[in-house]
Design a protein around this ligand. Structure first.
Ligand SMILES: [Zn+2]
Length: 84
């Protein structure tokens, strides 16, 4: 059996992650508020990498949460600029 390895951290991708659980996770992560199209596109790419077992669950969650945090900070900065 071929062992899939995460392209980010090189960890073995756990076969425990079944497809319905991973679809559920993707749904949750993608439904979190996001304000920028650029980041949303990157999240879609991460989701497809995760679905195709190119990245592990830890990296997937980490990257999506990071992108969402970045988006939030950028948006706050833009709002502050406009208020000045
Ligand atoms: Zn990983």
């Amino acid at each position: 059996m071929k062992v899939e390895v995460c392209s980010i951290c090189n960890d073995k991708i756990s076969p425990i992650v079944n497809s319905s659980a991973s679809r559920e996770l993707q749904k949750i992560l993608e439904s979190l508020p996001i304000l920028k199209k650029k980041e949303l596109h990157q999240i879609k790419i991460l989701s497809s990498k995760f679905a195709n077992k190119k990245i592990c669950i830890d990296c997937y969650i980490q990257k999506v949460v990071y992108l969402k945090a970045i988006t939030k900070i950028e948006t706050i900065n833009e709002i502050e600029k406009k208020l000045k």
